[in-house]
Design a binder for this molecule. Structure first.
Ligand SMILES: [Zn+2]
Length: 95
């Protein structure tokens, strides 16, 4: 959450209800539990801020401590094979 959460505000990302879920559990423990579950977006009424939203990245960028390693990227970068001839004036020309 961007602002300091007020009592009983529910985080749209992880679903933590402040003042309730964190009554007897630390934020770090709650965060770890959420990350172990794959950091799913919680809110059914609001969408993540981006289609590229990633819970692990959000935690890292916010500088929050956690004990769960991020999984390998879900987006695989596959090199494409290009065959052709490079023509200095035209760039790549397919062969
Ligand atoms: Zn949260």
């Amino acid at each position: 959450m961007r602002q300091h959460p007020s009592r009983h505000a529910i985080c749209p990302s992880c679903g933590t209800e402040f003042g309730y879920d964190d009554f007897s559990t630390t934020h770090r423990a709650l965060r770890n539990e959420w990350l172990r579950a794959g950091a799913p977006w919680f809110s059914a009424s609001t969408n993540p801020p981006s289609i590229f939203w990633d819970g692990f990245r959000q935690v890292i960028e916010a500088g929050l401590e956690c004990d769960v390693a991020a999984p390998p990227s879900k987006i695989e970068i596959v090199p494409i094979k290009v065959s052709g001839v490079v023509n200095p004036s035209m760039g790549l020309v397919a062969s």
